[in-house]
Design a protein around this ligand. Sequence first.
Ligand SMILES: [Zn+2]
Length: 252
Amino acid sequence: MTRHVEAPLRSASCRPRIEDIDTLVLHYTELDLQRSLAILRDGPVSVHWLLDVDGTVYRLVSEELVAYHAGLSMWRGRAAVNERSVGIEIVNANGNHHPYPERQIAALLALCEDILARNRGIAAAGVVGHSDIAPKRKVDPGILFPWRRLAAAGIGLWPEGGAVEDGDGDSDVAQLLRACGYPPPHGYGLRDGLPALFPVGEPVRPGRDEVVWVEEADLVAAFQRRFRPRQVDGIADGETLALLRGLARLSV
Ligand SMILES: [Zn+2]
């Protein structure tokens, strides 16, 4: 039986929702439980749920409120994913290096099932990692996160099988990525000191704007980080293309 703990914010880092919920975003904390609790309860960032390594679930923000976990982000053509998402922070120093323990995964499956049962607007294609919605900027929940196992439990999508294709040059990788929900190439950074996304082609004003550009290879790497974690190199090889096509077919 999962232990649930109420741990409400001590900051004002949440606000009423205006939009309907259609996305569930998964993160790792980079910090241990106590430091995660301190930052998420007192700081400028926040999240609805925090999941400890032993499977204990902390409720920090009601799902009726917007929490500040995703930052600059885009999914299925819409920016500002916080406005319409529920967030889970999973205690793990770096899910690209440290496996998620079994008790934590079991509790995560139960928590996700609860969230999806309460929020029928979250389709399978709306279950994402932070690295999916903020490519290049974020790499959580990491290559060791058990996405395939979640999908087998009905949480999120997983592209099965599909013949490995020749990389034929004609494949429209950008179109496939967008069909799966990934953002188009873009920039992220600061506009007049405030966090902002930059469409490709938008003029950057020296001294006033700071931009990191996200290229197609960065988007392919974000896809691989989740669906082909064995080799995250940003190259749309035959296996990656087959998985992309498989996921695009499922992402309706
Ligand atoms: Zn994150």
